[in-house]
Design a protein around this ligand. Structure first.
Ligand code: NDP
Ligand code: 13P
Ligand code: ZN
Length: 346
């Protein structure tokens, strides 16, 4: 049996900070709610969402600093102690992932209220928690509803929107890796999930000229793609359609670089290199990233080329069960240097 769980409502529009209660009532989520936000997202939208919820709900809140197991445990404890019935996450990928895992562990629903369009975890069923003995995402449940307020998301620096493009363009190489694993290792493959995931990547390439403007239409284009990409992961039952070798490269950078860049920025650069290894048109990918002003090389990522090479050589060790173009043995230092130089990454 293959279980596909998807959000029941997706709201995309302007001025939605007072709509969380309405959605919760419609979905009969209950009286007692826990709102999670970060120190910045509390000021950006969290405080106001809380204020509106207070009109009809028993509201509790927690400030989350990062996507760590300690924060997940703190949230689970709060849910238990206060007898919380549902959670709303107001923030970036880290806050949403903490809410996703904590609500999953507590067997209650959560609403995703993204403040950035920088990652495709907004509507996905998997959560990425850094110190969970694994550097990659694990299975949880998708949000019961997604409320994407374009005005809020537009307050984020433009860099976050470009990172969202990087996280989506990476679906091109992720799906290639998935097909490879299907053919070589007999891994389960869903043509439907793969097509949906590719559609998000193709849409950002097609709409790069609109996205680069950084206006409300740009945010709408990126958010819709990120939600579809998350749904593709839910259909597949794993992050396979949106995470291949380019994500392993980004996860490796998170481990070794003194100051990693944004997740989506690193995945975008990883996609250029992995597309080259797959024999895809990597120039077209680089061109799109350049068009939306996303980083395309080590310098723009703010990461020393030495870490780029090292990340390329250790990427295959991050999640050995996920077969990719890097194979079982990964890249030699020479091959890594060559790929990074040819693609202009170093
Ligand atoms: N589960 C999944 O399927 C996926 C998960 N991910 C995960 O998501 C994370 C990346 O998410 P990302 O959003 O890039 O980064 P973070 O959630 O880590 O946020 C980065 C910073 O941006 C701030 N911020 C959030 N919204 C705004 C805003 N509107 N204006 C100004 N600053 C803002 C945050 O504030 P504050 O300090 O208040 O939080 C934080 O300081 C990674 O951990 C990655 O692994 C990525 C893709 C898929
Ligand atoms: O970032 C993701 C998809 O964009 C999730 O992938 P991981 O499972 O590699 O963490
Ligand atoms: Zn990602």
């Amino acid at each position: 049996m293959h279980l596909m769980e998807l959000p029941r409502e997706v709201l995309l529009g302007e001025n939605l900070k007072d709509k969380v209660g309405e959605v919760a009532k419609r979905l009969k989520l209950g009286e007692r709610v826990l709102i999670l936000y970060g120190p910045k997202t509390k000021e950006i939208a969290g405080r106001e969402v809380k204020h509106h919820l207070k009109e009809s709900f028993d509201v509790h809140s927690l400030t989350i600093k990062k996507a760590s197991m300690k924060e997940v445990e703190k949230t689970v404890e709060k849910i238990k102690n206060e007898n919380i019935q549902w959670v709303v996450a107001v923030g970036g990928g880290s806050i949403i992932d903490v809410a996703k895992l904590a609500s999953f562990k507590s067997n209650i629903p959560f609403i995703s209220f993204p403040t950035t369009a920088s990652h495709d975890g907004i509507a996905s069923a998997n959560a990425s928690i850094k110190d969970l003995n694994t550097k990659t995402s694990i299975k949880a449940k998708p949000p019961i509803a997604v409320i994407a307020d374009v005005k809020v998301i537009k307050t984020a620096p433009y860099r976050y929107l470009a990172a969202g493009v990087g996280d989506m363009i990476s679906n091109l190489t992720a799906v290639k890796d998935w097909q490879l694993a299907h053919k070589l290792k007999g891994e389960y493959y869903s043509e439907y999930a793969a097509s949906l995931s590719l559609m998000s990547a193709k849409m950002v390439i097609k709409n790069a000229d609109i996205i680069r403007l950084g206006n409300e239409e740009s945010v709408r284009k990126v958010i819709k793609g990120l939600i579809s990409s998350g749904v593709a992961m839910s259909i597949a039952g794993s992050s396979r359609p949106a995470s291949g070798a380019e994500h392993l490269f980004s996860h490796a950078l998170d481990l070794i670089a003194p100051k990693p860049a944004l997740h989506g920025e690193q995945c975008g650069v990883g996609t250029i290199i992995m597309a080259y290894l797959h024999g895809l048109k990597w120039q077209k990918i680089r061109e799109t990233l350049k068009k939306v002003n996303a980083p395309t090389n080590a310098y723009e990522l703010g990461i020393d080329p030495e870490y780029i090479i090292e990340a390329l050589t250790i990427a295959h060790t991050i999640r050995p069960e996920r077969y990719t173009i890097l194979g079982k043995d990964g890249l030699t230092r020479e091959a890594a240097e060559k790929a990074a130089k040819i693609t202009g990454v170093i």
